[in-house]
Design a protein around this ligand. Structure first.
Ligand code: NAD
Length: 322
């Protein structure tokens, strides 16, 4: 069994490779070759932690495994990140565990990859202004991945805590881009591509603020109760999902769905269907496209497998008899 530490995972998996791997797995899902199994997500009753298990299989690879972990809100005080997770891969031929991969950085990268793939397929090609609602850990991953697919020159951003917004601004400027901190309305109305990535439980973006032609990747809502967009904005958009069942239960779409503004039939399709050529993407320059990225197990499995492949190719990795 191969073991990959957090530090090794950071060195092994870069943004373009993660985008390519996640893109392939979304397409495999659309072709019915890959499936995510039902998600477990529970309050632990200890340390205020939330623990979850995401698992699935891509028979085309084949690739089988799970990611387990969650959110420990008091970790920062101990010098640890609040998000902690690990991926366990299995040999799909025998069921034997084959790799244990630290998944904190990899979760960030695979989530950035998901919104970048949606941006590549759904945003207008010349999009150069990125709007970011949220400036936490994940925002930097979304930013770097977006830069891999669109010629971004200016980033407008909003975040409730000014220090985090300033830190995000420094990263944007170090990347050679113009940074403008602004209120939510300005961020949403200036953006060609709008990414929301906060733990908010109420709408942060009003329908009236968003210009025709904008692409939105709603990435923060990955649990029941989380919300970032006005349900009327969701209902007015061409909606694409990573997985429909998750979108209506734990994703951004849960609110418009719950209010009866949309049904599953309202979804134009999954992003995997767009990649696989099974579904039309953006139809014109006036449409608002929305990607509801809830985060699926197969994203985690492909980036973990990518780390394993790179580690084996480079040599010198930790192996244990198991
Ligand atoms: P983080 O804690 O590092 O950053 C969150 C940011 O949001 C912080 O800057 C904070 O100031 C701000 N914030 C906190 N409460 C807010 C509120 N009520 N309204 C608006 N902003 C608020 O978290 P992160 O790792 O950047 O993750 C952000 C969100 O993305 C979380 O909800 C997380 O669960 C989600 N997430 C989703 C996926 C996915 O696949 N869809 C993957 C990873 C993380």
């Amino acid at each position: 069994m191969i073991i990959i530490s957090e530090q090794e995972a950071r060195a092994l998996v870069g943004v373009p490779d993660a985008i390519a791997a996640v893109e392939q797995s979304f397409a495999a899902m659309a072709r019915g070759q890959a499936r995510n199994y039902p998600v477990v997500r529970e309050a632990v009753g200890h340390q205020d932690a939330v623990f979850g298990v995401k698992t699935g299989c891509d028979t085309s690879a084949p690739l089988l495994g799970l990611k387990a972990g969650g959110y420990w809100p008091h970790n920062l005080a101990q010098g640890l990140g609040n998000h902690q997770s690990s991926t366990l891969l299995f040999d799909a031929e025998t069921g034997r565990a084959s790799a244990l991969v630290s998944a904190n950085y990899l979760t960030g990268v695979r989530t950035g990859a998901a919104s970048a793939i949606a941006t590549k397929y759904l945003s207008r090609p010349g999009s150069s202004v990125l709007g970011m609602i949220g400036a936490g850990v994940q925002s930097q991953h979304q930013l770097r991945a977006t830069l891999a697919v669109r010629p971004i020159r200016t980033v407008y951003a909003w975040n409730p805590s000014p220090d985090k917004l300033a830190a995000f601004g420094r990263v944007v400027q170090e990347l050679g881009l113009e940074f403008i901190s602004a209120d939510r309305e300005v961020v949403a109305s200036k953006a060609d591509i709008l990414i929301t990535v906060t733990p908010s439980k109420q709408a942060l973006v009003d329908k009236s603020w968003v210009r025709p032609g904008t692409h939105i990747s709603a990435m923060g809502a990955d649990t029941k109760g989380k919300q970032e967009l006005d349900p009327a904005l969701v209902a007015a958009s061409a909606i694409f999902v990573d997985e429909a069942a998750q979108a209506i239960t734990i994703g951004e779409c849960q609110h418009a769905f719950g209010a009866g503004l949309i049904t599953e039939a309202s979804f134009r399709g999954s992003i995997g269907q767009v990649i696989a050529g099974l579904c039309e993407g953006r139809r014109n320059d006036a449409e608002i496209t929305l990607f509801d990225g809830t985060g699926v197990a197969l994203q985690d499995l492909v980036v973990a497998e990518l780390a394993v492949r790179q580690a084996l190719a480079r040599g010198g990795c930790t192996m244990v008899d198991y």
